[in-house]
Design a binder for this molecule. Structure first.
Ligand SMILES: [Mg+2]
Length: 120
């Protein structure tokens, strides 16, 4: 069975780009544009890995991560951040985020990082 990856980002362009790349890699891909949707999908689908944007209106990436950790400790999380969010990145790492990519990221590097986590 293929691994499940959830992409959480408020930007439509990022979501569809990552969906295309991840599906080409053979992953079952889910998309969320906000925290509520993301947590619903986590509940229903139990994804293996979450690509999580830090800056999201409403519930931001850290808050989503905090909520995710309340219900489960297994899900792998990679953060997507903007330049200069070092404090937030630090906090995310303390909550078990595996790594982070600064936008605009190299899509191949991100793809390799996902593959390393799920197939490595
Ligand atoms: Mg954003």
């Amino acid at each position: 069975m293929s691994h499940k990856v959830l992409v959480v980002d408020d930007q439509f362009g990022i979501r569809v780009l990552l969906q295309e790349v991840l599906e080409r890699e053979g992953y079952q891909t889910f998309l969320a544009h906000n925290g509520t949707t993301a947590l619903d999908i986590v509940e229903e689908e139990n994804p293996d890995l979450v690509l999580l944007d830090m800056k999201i209106p409403g519930m931001d990436g850290l808050e989503i991560l905090r909520n995710l950790r309340k219900r489960d400790r297994q899900t792998k999380v990679i953060m997507m951040t903007a330049y200069g969010e070092l404090d937030l990145i630090q906090e995310a790492m303390e909550m078990g985020a595996l790594s982070h990519f600064t936008k605009p990221f190299d899509i191949d590097e991100l793809r390799h990082a996902v593959n390393a986590q799920l197939r490595g």
